[in-house]
Design a protein around this ligand. Sequence first.
Ligand SMILES: [Zn+2]
Length: 328
Amino acid sequence: MTSPPLSPRIDSLPKAELHLHLEGAIQPATALALMARYDVRATEQEVRQRYAFRNFPEFLETFKWLTSFLREPQDYALAATQLAEQLLAQNVVYAEVTLSVGVMLLRRQRPEASFEAVLRATEPFERRGLRLRWIFDAVRQFGAEAAMAVVESARSCASNAIVAFGIGGDELQVPTAAFRAVYERASEIGLHLLMHAGEVGGPEKIREAIELLGVERIGHGIAAIHDPALMDLLAERKIPLEICPQSNVKTGALARQLARDDVRIEDHPLPALFRHGIPVVLSTDDPGLFDTTLRGEYALAAQVGLQETELEEICSMGFRYAFGRSGE
Ligand SMILES: [Zn+2]
């Protein structure tokens, strides 16, 4: 991605990234390496064509295709090592990385084995200044029972490095209330609670996630812009939105929220949400699939009109609203 210039001062600040999927961080070259392990031959051009989805359903299809090459623990280890290198290169010193454990279970893999491999592969990066924590994620459209199995996997991994449970996928499917017992269980075993909401769905999905499930941060949440009372609630209760501008443009989520086709990054509600007093953490979501970087997202935030002091504040919120505090 060619980004507009970012001020050197903001660029030089150490950063935290809190909404980042391991699978979606896979770069085309890494995808090719994974495919080669299973004798699937393709050119980089063909992989890039797969990455060129035009809307949210196509994006979910690409995600499914890409994860079909994550078959063995060492595949996850490779993806994690590549991601850690990319983060360090951008001066990201802390990240909470989401693992699609729902997909692992669907493919009848053992999350314990893959997670162990990921931990082993990324441990050396701690010494290089990168602290990684993990979020176990269920797929909404697979339903409540499958989501409960993800929570139980987190419990059986028994690692302090797993800090939260979340749900992503198609938020237009399965009523929020269906996940109540799943979130209660996740909380009971000491996990923080997350959910993708108000990405393509309406503001009511955000409200439900907070009121029915006790979610502590909202993945995306850009639909809040349609509901001033909800914006007040997010600001008063200091519930952060994990904002991923480039993702919202590329998946068509922003176009859908604004009900028009011709959206540009300048149409993103980030400034309005942030200036309403809602905490915002800036993230890439799926940097491989969206051809973006955290540095690029800060540059986009500047492009949509945020001032340097505001960017600095957003940068510090990345640490303030992190779940894994120092020493944990
Ligand atoms: Zn996401």
